[in-house]
Design a protein. Structure first.
Ligand code: HEC
Ligand code: HEC
Ligand code: HEC
Ligand code: HEC
Ligand code: HEC
Ligand code: HEC
Ligand code: HEC
Ligand code: HEC
Length: 447
């Protein structure tokens, strides 16, 4: 009766509900579903089949808003917001929000100032960055005070990028992984979820996973993955194969689910020269704990030795010298055109580390041999010796040329100036092996 009269008053004075407290009422909540079942039946049915619907989490629980919030607007008699940010989900899932949002803090801003961003804008143009970069990384959401739903300039929304900058100050979109309106964890546990962003020439994690033995055992054992289980502890609740989520986010016998994808990563394979992460020993131990559900310690340590070997080889043999040469050319202002990326040498260098060098490192990290070699170090070697160095010589920069001449006498590179027979002999005699021994250090970044 009480509730009924509140509604009556509001309807009579024609203001509608102005705060969630008033609207926290089954009639209002019910109206959302009744009407949207007709207006947008696909959306309604996605929600209706979800765990949220079964627990009576309704449209208004996520879309309800306070009058005065930046994105709030009046809709059918009550304030709602179309945006549902990590803070809105965090009302009920505080821990997931607190792990996820800070994990992307540094990186979301970083891309705006990155070489990638400059390149997208200079070489292509704004729409390329909006529909390309920002769809994966996240846009800065813009509120349009004059639009009926306060939102959402096409330029900044639709968007569900991982580091989206929301008007309430939070970063990201939970539906980058939990697609609406089902928001299921079983979907997020599957590699397709990550494959919207983690693929392509510069970070082909999806492709690497598919070609790895882990991907093979996964795709040939889908029915054994127990993906719908509440508890999903690797080795106990499922054991056929690890997915991306298994290794990076899901629970082990020792670790709970985490929403910080950096917790188990010891290197960063993204920059021109790979570096160790802060606190890398702990992070490496976290990942090795995942492996230990299915492998013995010698196998796991062996994998890291091979992985470190590739990263150190790439760093020492190619990345550091190439970076050094670029520094010399820039210092001496030898390049033809003043603007960055207006000289072909800059593109060769860019692809060397950003595409080919990353592919090699990513392939080695996740057991994708075709990426480690054919798409990776094979391309790095070919382009370093037969595109990059010749292009540097062509600039005529005396300091850079002297640097290369010296480099070519060093153990990694002097094969170029030796007879084949001699090189073969060195390989057979194990002399070359000694040269590589120090690369298998299993300690990222330390010399
Ligand atoms: C009487 C029918 C009706 C009711 C009740 C209703 N809606 Fe809507 N809603 C619509 C229609 C129609 C649209 C399409 C956009 C428009 O015309 O405003 C819409 C659009 C929306 C949008 C998207 C707006 C955009 O920016 O794209 C959201 C979110 C939404 N409704 C949520 C809700 C919630 C939450 C409730 C309950 C508080 C609710 N609706 C109640 C009819 C309704
Ligand atoms: C668990 C939270 C949750 C619930 C429950 C929920 N939504 Fe949403 N909804 C979202 C999220 C997240 C988005 C994406 C918004 C964004 O980009 O921030 C969204 C987007 C939308 C959109 C705009 C996007 C589009 O595809 O046009 C509409 C309309 C909408 N929801 C309507 C509804 C309706 C109607 C219900 C109830 C049947 C509902 N939602 C229930 C979280 C929820
Ligand atoms: C009003 C509280 C509430 C809000 C807001 C809410 N949830 Fe939930 N969520 C729940 C409840 C209750 C469950 C079911 C109990 C459980 O499984 O923990 C649940 C379950 C889930 C699950 C597991 C579902 C499954 O099928 O495995 C995911 C994932 C999830 N929520 C994500 C989200 C996201 C993302 C948002 C924001 C877009 C959100 N939730 C907003 C209360 C909420
Ligand atoms: C298909 C999705 C996608 C697109 C499109 C995309 N990126 Fe990325 N980007 C990623 C992913 C995923 C990573 C992380 C890769 C990894 O960790 O190996 C990343 C990494 C980066 C990094 C390194 C961040 C760091 O912390 O070191 C920068 C900078 C960046 N991207 C900028 C851009 C810019 C600018 C564009 C557009 C010109 C762009 N990206 C286009 C998905 C994308
Ligand atoms: C990078 C992808 C990703 C993003 C982004 C993401 N999640 Fe998850 N989430 C997962 C995965 C994977 C699982 C399943 C973990 C498991 O049980 O194995 C999960 C599980 C959950 C669960 C179920 C509880 C549990 O411990 O299994 C909830 C609730 C949830 N997420 C909420 C959120 C919220 C809220 C956000 C935004 C703040 C969010 N997620 C963002 C990947 C993601
Ligand atoms: C068997 C476990 C395993 C699986 C499955 C797996 N990864 Fe990884 N991933 C790793 C390891 C190990 C590393 C390197 C960790 C380190 O640096 O110590 C890594 C590194 C990464 C990185 C960091 C790359 C960088 O540039 O620094 C990303 C991003 C990533 N994985 C994404 C994914 C995605 C997406 C999938 C699924 C398509 C996936 N992983 C599947 C184990 C796994
Ligand atoms: C919407 C795009 C998107 C999706 C979907 C996505 N990621 Fe990412 N991920 C990124 C970007 C961009 C980065 C690097 C910059 C950042 O963290 O903002 C990243 C970083 C990572 C890292 C490296 C973290 C670190 O600190 O080095 C891992 C590991 C990772 N993601 C795993 C996953 C897994 C596993 C999934 C699927 C469950 C997934 N991601 C889904 C875009 C995405
Ligand atoms: C859920 C179980 C499971 C987990 C967790 C797991 N693996 Fe595996 N792994 C397998 C299976 C199954 C194979 C295939 C074995 C075979 O070749 O017969 C495999 C194969 C491998 C291979 C061999 C690749 C090849 O091409 O021969 C390596 C290396 C490896 N795993 C390392 C790891 C590392 C490192 C981790 C942790 C980051 C890990 N695995 C986590 C199940 C797992």
């Amino acid at each position: 009766m009480m509730k009924f009269s509140i509604i009556l008053v509001c309807v009579v004075i024609g203001l509608g509900f102005s705060s969630p407290a008033d609207a926290d009422d089954s009639v209002v909540r019910g109206k959302c579903m009744t009407c949207h079942k007709e207006i947008s039946p696909g959306l309604y049915n996605q929600w209706f089949g979800s765990r949220h619907a079964k627990h009576d989490v309704t449209c208004y629980d996520c879309h309800g808003a306070e009058r005065g919030e930046a994105d709030a607007y009046l809709h059918e008699g009550t304030y709602i917001a179309t945006l549902v940010t990590p803070r809105d989900c965090g009302e009920c899932h505080t821990q997931e929000m607190n792990e996820f949002v800070p994990a992307h803090r540094a990186k979301a801003g970083h891309i705006l100032e990155s070489a990638d961003a400059y390149m997208a804008h200079a070489v292509a143009g704004d729409p390329a960055a909006v529909a390309g970069c920002e769809s994966c990384h996240g846009s800065k959401i813009k509120i349009d005070p004059n639009s009926p739903n306060k939102l959402l300039r096409g330029k900044s929304w639709p968007n569900s990028g991982i580091g989206r900058i929301n008007p309430d100050g939070t970063l990201g979109a939970c539906n980058s992984c939990h697609l609406r309106h089902e928001f299921s964890r079983s979907q997020a546990r599957q590699p397709e979820t990550c494959g919207k962003c983690h693929l392509g020439p510069d970070h082909p994690q999806k492709e690497i996973y598919e070609e790895s033995k882990h991907g093979i055992v996964y795709y040939t054992n889908l029915d054994k993955m127990n993906l719908d289980a509440d508890r999903w502890v690797v080795g106990q609740d499922y054991y056929a194969a690890p997915t991306c989520a298994t290794c990076h986010l899901s629970a082990t016998r020792k670790q709970p689910v985490t929403h910080d994808a950096g917790e188990r990563i010891s290197w960063t394979l993204r920059p021109p020269v790979s570096k160790q992460q802060d606190n890398w020993e702990k992070k490496r131990a976290n990942m090795q704990d995942v492996c230990s559900a299915c492998h013995g310690p010698v196998w796991v340590k062996g994998h890291y030795e091979q992985f470190d070997g590739v990263v150190n080889l790439y760093n020492e043999k190619f990345a550091k010298p190439a970076g050094e040469v670029m520094t010399i050319l820039k210092k001496n202002q030898t390049l033809k055109n003043p603007a960055e990326y207006s000289n072909d040498i800059e593109w060769i260098y860019w692809e060397l580390w950003h595409h080919e060098g990353r592919r090699a490192r990513h392939g080695a990290s996740m057991m994708g041999p075709d990426y480690t070699w054919w798409h990776g170090l094979y391309e790095v070697g070919k382009h370093f010796y037969f595109e990059f160095l010749p292009a540097v010589r062509e600039t005529g920069d005396a300091e850079a040329i002297a640097y290369i001449d010296q480099l070519m006498t060093e153990p990694f590179h002097r094969w170029m100036n030796q007879p084949t027979d001699e090189i073969k002999k060195q390989i057979r005699s194990g002399d070359m092996q000694k040269l590589y021994e120090h690369l298998y250090r299993t300690e990222p970044g330390t010399k």
